[in-house]
Every structure is written in C-alpha cells, then in structure tokens.
Design a binder for this molecule. Sequence first.
Ligand code: SF4
Ligand code: SF4
Length: 495
Amino acid sequence: MKLFRISGGIHPKESKELSADRPIERLPLASVLRIPLQQHIGGPAVAVVDKGDAVKKGQILAVGRGMVSAPVHAPTSGRIVSIGRFVAPHASGLPGQTITMRPDGRDEWGELPAPIDAFGVDPAVIAERVAASGIVGMGGATFPSAVKLNLRNRHKLDTLVINAAECEPYLTCDDRLMRERTAEVVDGVRIMRHGLGVGRAIVAVEANKPAALAALRLAVAAGGFADVTVVEVPTRYPMGSEKHLVQTLTGQETPARALTADIGIVVHNVATAFAVYEAVRLGRPLIARIVTVSGGAITRPGNFEVPIGTPVSHLVEQCGGFRGTPERLLLGGPMMGQPLASTRASIVKGVNGVLALAAAEAPTGPIMPCIRCASCVAACPCGLAPFDMAARIRKEELDGAVRIGLLDCIACGSCAWVCPANIPLVQYFNYAKGKLTAEQRTKHKQEETKRLAKFRADRLEQQRKAKEEAMARMKAEREAKKRQAEAAARVEVEG
Ligand code: SF4
Ligand code: SF4
C-alpha cells in the first residue's frame, strides 16, 4: 500500500525495551477499587447503586447521561462502600464523583447479555451493544465509541482505520495486546468495520513493532479476511494523531477543525477493537484494560491487565515500588500524558500507561529566551509557528494566537521537545485553549441567561395580555347579562 509523508514530527528516544518483552500479567486485586463516574468525554454517568449494595462483576453501577456519555460497570464482585467525591486521575488532582467498592475476592460474574451474531445483525445492533458496554476510545481520547460508530448515519463513510501506531515512547500495552490476543483483536476490527457499515479496515502499526505486524498479518491471511489490511507505517511521533495517520495512509488531509469522518474515514484505537470483541462475542462490558507501567524509577516495568478503579499506588506496589524518587509521574506517555497529582488516583478506561521517570529521563533545564532557531516550526506536524503563538499568548493576545492556528494545535509536544531554550510551549497552548474555553462557556452562559430572561419577560407579557383579555371578556359578559336581565324586567312590567 502506498504511503504518504507528513510534515514535521520527531524521533524521541523510544525506551520501549523496558517493557516490550514483558507479557501481559494479571495482578492480585486491590483491597479497594475507586471507580470515577466521569471516565469519558461527555456527561458523567449517574450512579444506580447505593452504599451497602452487593454487586456482581459486570453489573451496571452507573448509567450514561445524554447523547454523549458512557455507563460504568463493576470490575469485580463485592460491596459498595461509598459514593462521593475522590481524587480524580487528572493533573489538577481535583476530586470527582466516584463509586468506591470493596472486592469480595470471589470475582463472580453477574448475568451478562447474550453474545451477538456479529456479522448477521444490523450495524445499529453492534453500536447499541458497544454503548451498553461502556466502551470509549482507549487510546486516551475516551470519546464514547458507539457515537463514533453511529457516524455512519450522518456521513458517507468508506474506511475504518485502526490506530495501532502506539507512537508514544515507553508504551507497549497495544504491542503486547496485538501479539498475545491477535485473533480477538482481528475479530474486533472486523466487527467494528461491520458496525460502521464500511467495506474495509486498515490496521496501522508503527514499524518498531515487527512481532505485532507479523502476528496480525498471519491472522488476517489465515482467516482469509479480504476486508482487513495490515499496514506498517513509519516510526515517527506523532504518527498516532488521527489526522496524521489518515494522511499517511490515504494522502487525504482533514481540513482544520473538521472530522476525519468528513472525508469518509473513522479512526478507532486497537485496544477499543479488543473491547468490542469482548462486548459482542462474550457480552462483557469494559471493566479492565491493559496498562504499561514503566520508566527508570519503576523497579519492575511491565504490561498488566488492570481492573478499572485500581489505585495507581497498588499497581506501583505490585511492580516492586519506586526505585528512588521519580522526577516525573505520569498517566499516559511522556509526550501527551497527564502529570499525576496523587498515586491514590485510579486507573480509568483511557489510561494506557503509568510512567515514573527518573531524573536522567526527564531532564529539565532553565527556561531561556527564544533564539528564533525555528526548530519548533520544523517539528510541528500541523504546520504552525509555535514560537509566534507562544509570544502572542505571553502578551495575552489570544485572538492573535487563534488567528495563526492555536485551535489547530493537537498539543503533541513536538515543539517543546526540540526547543533548545526549554520553553514550555505546550503549557502556553494548553493554558490559552483552557482560557478560551472558559471565556466561551461564560459567554454561552451569559447568552443563555439573556435568552431565559427574555423568554420570561415575553411569557409574563403574554400572561398579562391574556389576563386583560379574559377580564374584558368577563366584563362584557356581565354587562350583556345585566342588559338581558333589564330587558326581561321591562317586558314583565309592560306585560
Ligand atoms: S504542540 Fe501544537 S504547536 Fe507544538 S508541535 Fe504539536 S501541534 Fe505543533
Ligand atoms: S525552538 Fe524554541 S528557541 Fe527555537 S524558535 Fe522555537 S521557541 Fe524559539
């Protein structure tokens, strides 16, 4: 298959050797699981269990709310200890609504929905099962997967792309998944292709995963699956960015702020495909995921199948604890991962890695003035001028930054990685985007308040008019009756 070159991108040290050869392990259950109700983009789920309830593995704990949301299920059997706010797996460390459960050690499944005849049903049935199973984008985006499958209703689609690039350094969980559960992954890919209503699926794997590439190709050839093509893409960060992957595979550029669905392509992560296989073939909801635990400050790096809600501290403990004091603690990869405020936070559906980086792996230098070397421009895969955007943001000229492309920035971190002046460029961009979103929210709220106030004033005016009219009618009726009575009295007297 012919590939197309994308501009920009970088080659950071891969550091995948720390965990790439470690098979997926299951660890002893933590004594307590904390399951946040907001593990996805969209409305938080709403708890349907109470403190003290006994629950079975796979039982629904919280239902999705609204069109874009996802339910949450019990990762094992046990008892609900509390429902309340607890530290969220987020850089802010702010608390979020969380269900806390204590496993009973029996790991007993509840009643599960029956498996589906994957290729015999209407695509809508696949999307319904994916929605009911709480599956979200497991590459980190956490967008509810059923919403993406349903894009077939609004877009003319022809291709499903499975993002198996795993371009972030250190992470190897997708690599291990493809090598160890190959048949299930391929089946999941084909089910998603059917669910999306398209004729072909392309699985894109970076060249630095030869064993995964070989395993997938073998499984596809053995099954005679003409609808799936496995493609080796160059190892170049950020190959896993949706739009850049699509451009590499098809040569088609997705316009700024448009979706890849606008050019007929939907992208899903490879771990999502495995979750879809489990949901459709086994009736199992998304209650566990594979996580890479790695970095120079971890005693025993590896890949682990982790129940959702497992505290990071338990995972680290099972890996032999920290070696020294980590310089950086992250959820996800070193380029786009979230700094972890507390190891009490839990593993959620979108977490593919826990990294504890030693000082040598996370060098920090003094921030110096920009020397206009343009390295950041050359590295940017979106064709932006990061130094210029940062300068405008520093002067609080957010509109100016937007005019030169701030909203097209995918926060990949390539510019900051190459900057010899150690300027935290991505932090500037995230700060500015956050501020713009907050401003937009305030503006929206003000407009909504104005709209509601006008609506209320109009309603009161209508009520006032209706009341006046009713009173006028009643007065007219009274006068008419009075006239009638007077006329009747006159007739009696004259008679
Ligand atoms: S973080 Fe934004 S500006 Fe920097 S390289 Fe990535 S896309 Fe370009
Ligand atoms: S890489 Fe750093 S120093 Fe060079 S132009 Fe960009 S911001 Fe300035």
